[in-house]
Each structure stands twice: as C-alpha cells, then as structure tokens.
Design a protein around this ligand. Structure first.
Ligand SMILES: Cc1cc2nc3c(=O)[nH]c(=O)nc-3n(C[C@H](O)[C@H](O)[C@H](O)COP(=O)(O)OP(=O)(O)OC[C@H]3O[C@@H](n4cnc5c(N)ncnc54)[C@H](O)[C@@H]3O)c2cc1C
Length: 327
C-alpha cells in the first residue's frame, strides 16, 4: 500500500489576484493548499489527485484577526486554528470549536479556510486506495452507488468541520474571491447538502475571510462528541446561541448540528420552541428532544448511529443548560 504523494505541479502565487488568476487558468485540475492537514493525506490515499497544487502559503494578507469599525470580527482564512483558539476577540464559542479540532500539532498548521472547506468524510472513501479498488468506487469516487445507503442517489459523506456549526450559530458569513469578482455568503450557504460535490463555492473561488457580526448580549457555546478528546474528528458537534431579552424572554436562538450529514443542520423546530420562552429544565428537555429529531446519523463513521442520535439530545441539553447558566 503506497502512502507517497502522487506527482503534481506546485505553484506558490505571491498575491491573491495571482492565485485567483492561476486557479481560473488551470481550471478544475488545480486545488488550493492551505495547511495541508486534510488535503495531503487525501492525496496520499489517492482520494484526490490534482494536476496542480496552488499554495496560499505566501499570502500574508489572509492571516490575522481584525475588528471592523462596526464591531464585525474578520478572521483571515489563513489564520491558524491555534491562533483562533487563543484569541480573546473572537466569540468564545468559535475559539472553543477551534481548540476542539484535532491536536495541538495539527492546530499549529491547520487554517480557518481549510477547516470550512474541509472535504467530507466517510468510512468508505477514507479507506486506502487498494481497499477501495476491491470494493468498487462509491458515488464520491465517481461510481454509481453509495456503500452506506445503497438505495440513495446522493452521497452521505459527512461535513466534519468543527468551526462550521459554531460559525453558523454566530450568524457568520464567508468572503469568496475569484478572478471573476468577489462575494460574501452566509456560512450556512457554503454547503450543497450532497457529500460528493459538497461546497456551493466555485472551485476557482478562494475563501478569504470569515466574518462574525457583532451581537451584544449573545451567548453561544460549542459541544463536541469524539472518541479521544486529544485528537479525533467530531462524531457529533452541537453549537447553540441565543440572547436573553430584558423581559427575560429568549431571542435569536440557533441550534446547529455538525458531523451528522453532508452539511451542518439547523434544528429550526427546536429553535422556534425555545424562542420567546424561558430556559427551564423542562423546556430544555423538550427542546433537546425536538432538536434530535432531525439528526439521522448513518453508520459511516466511528461509534454507532443510534448512540450518536441519542447523544444529539444530550449535547443540545448540555449546551442549553450552559447558556441558561452563563451571563
Ligand atoms: C488526525 C487528524 C485529526 C483531525 N481532526 C479534526 C477535527 O477534530 N475537526 C476538524 O474540523 N478537522 C479535523 N481534521 C481535519 C483538518 O486538520 C482540519 O479541518 C484543518 O482545519 C484543515 O485545514 P488546512 O489548512 O490543513 O486545510 P487543507 O488540508 O490545506 O485544505 C482542506 C481543503 O480546503 C481547501 N481550502 C483550504 N483553504 C482554502 C481557502 N482559503 N479557500 C478555498 N479552499 C480552501 C483545500 O483545497 C482542501 O480541499 C483532522 C485531521 C487529521 C489529520
């Protein structure tokens, strides 16, 4: 079994314009490289074999965290997760999510942009090339069957980004730049919902910034389920946010699940249940039960799907209790 990298051309543009132009000129055989903590192992497993790797390493403009005049926190896509984790200016839920990614060594290399654009994962596609050859290609590899849900015409590989649910709960947006122009979209609109072609962004678009709008009084948190606290990908993530109005009533509720589907999922029924009410042990139990209804994990990652579904209500309950008690 080979774990060496396949051959590829390496380019290291010095400006964002040059990078965007390069991606446009080379087309779909080019891929963006940030920290490489996900891309490089995927290339070694031959899940992806790009003709050209366009590194963002020289683009200092993508690094750092700034606060705008209106209080928006702008996190450059090239900012390391270890920096985000330690930042005192980003909402703590985002710092907690960053600190829950992988291990300290990986967080010292991995970037915010790479985390949000992270490829989807699945027990089948993440197997070595030889194993996959023996079983035959799945939908994500260009085959015509999903080995996890064989009757489905859709790929169910999972969006395992820890930052994604937290960013959605914080109502954040991402800024995208290509040779054709630039645009900002809500983070929630970054995923298609299909694990195979999982991002709505064009392959030529570079994610340059994560922007978190100011929200005075907002409380937010992120909880994660994984087998080993020291390193593993999420098997379930829950981000929750809300504000408590002067009247004591709850507003602006967001409950977002990660790592159970090809895109982060918002538990809108549970959000409506909590909105306008107060947080009591009973109302939290009910919200947690309703939230977990939309979670239908498949057996395509570690730990059983029934356990992960049960843990969905447990983590929502923990998150809402934490928000009820925080000030
Ligand atoms: C052992 C291990 C454990 C891990 N655990 C976790 C975990 O717990 N949680 C988690 O979320 N992740 C985890 N990861 C995955 C990965 O390390 C992180 O998601 C990391 O943040 C990816 O960032 P990167 O800069 O290394 O991205 P890269 O590997 O460089 O890129 C990842 C993808 O994003 C694209 N990309 C990168 N930057 C941009 C950009 N600016 N614009 C457009 N596209 C871009 C690349 O083309 C590629 O498709 C783990 C990885 C390993 C090896």
């Amino acid at each position: 079994m080979t774990m060496s990298l396949p051959a590829f051309d390496y380019r290291e543009p010095e400006t964002l314009d040059e990078a965007a132009r390069m991606l446009d000129e080379i087309g779909p055989t080019a891929v963006v490289l940030a920290g490489g903590t996900d891309l490089v192992p995927s290339m070694k497993r031959r899940q992806i074999t790009p003709g050209t790797v366009v590194s963002l390493a020289a683009l200092d403009i993508l690094r750092g965290i700034r606060i705008g005049d209106d209080g928006t926190v702008a996190v450059g896509a090239g900012t390391l997760l270890s920096e985000l984790e330690r930042s005192s200016v980003v909402p703590s839920a985002l710092a907690v999510a960053a600190g829950a990614v992988a291990s300290p060594q990986i967080r010292n290399v991995a970037t915010v942009g790479g985390n949000l654009c992270l490829d989807t994962r699945c027990n089948y596609i993440d197997m070595p090339e030889l194993w996959r050859e023996a079983s035959g290609p799945c939908l994500k590899e260009g085959g015509d069957v999903c080995w996890v849900a064989p009757r489905s015409d859709r790929c169910w590989a999972i969006c395992s980004s820890d930052l994604a649910p937290a960013a959605i709960a914080l109502d954040a947006s991402v800024h995208l730049v290509s040779s054709r122009g630039e645009r900002s979209i809500p983070v929630a609109d970054l995923w298609t919902g299909d694990g195979s072609d999982h991002l709505t962004k064009d392959p030529g678009e570079i994610l340059t910034e994560l922007r978190i709008p100011p929200a005075p009084g907002r409380r937010a948190t992120y909880h994660k389920l994984r087998r080993r606290q020291s390193i593993d990908f999420p098997l379930l993530g829950v981000a929750a946010s809300l504000t408590i109005r002067e009247s004591g009533a709850i507003g602006d509720v967001r409950i977002v699940f990660g790592a159970v589907a090809p895109a982060p999922l918002r538990a809108t029924d549970a959000e409506l249940l909590v909105e306008g009410g107060t947080l009591s042990p009973d109302s939290i139990d009910e919200a947690a039960r309703v939230a977990a209804r939309i979670v239908r994990p498949l057996d395509n990652t570690d730990l059983g799907s029934r356990y992960r579904k049960w843990m969905a209500s447990v983590l929502v309950s923990r998150a809402l209790h934490e928000l009820a008690e925080s000030s």
